[in-house]
Design a protein around this ligand. Structure first.
Ligand code: ZN
Length: 95
């Protein structure tokens, strides 16, 4: 699972397929491409990955006990994260 994090306003948003999600200050946006795995990001956005299995296991355990989740920040040149500029705006992502 990928989340958009804005370093300016601290907002965190869940990415959606083919649709841009903007942070509160509108300096960052992100979206999944058609495949639902590759992320496109604009502005100052940082993509945070949550380990899907950790989330699923935590949900299955319920909230009776604390669950530790693994998370990381994707580097800008990661194959599943594309930094978008005006010159490489993908057709599959809309505002
Ligand atoms: Zn922001």
């Amino acid at each position: 699972m990928k989340l958009l994090f804005c370093p300016r306003c601290g907002d965190v948003k869940k990415l959606k397929v083919n649709r841009k999600r903007w942070c509160s200050c509108r300096s960052s946006w992100g979206a999944y491409g058609q495949c639902g795995e590759r992320a496109f990001v604009g502005g100052d956005a940082i993509i945070i990955g949550l380990h899907n299995r950790d989330v699923a296991e935590g949900v299955n355990r319920g909230r009776a006990e604390r669950t530790t989740l693994r998370a990381w920040m994707f580097e800008k040149d990661h194959p599943r994260v594309t930094q978008v500029t005006e010159s490489n705006e993908p057709d599959e992502v809309t505002a």
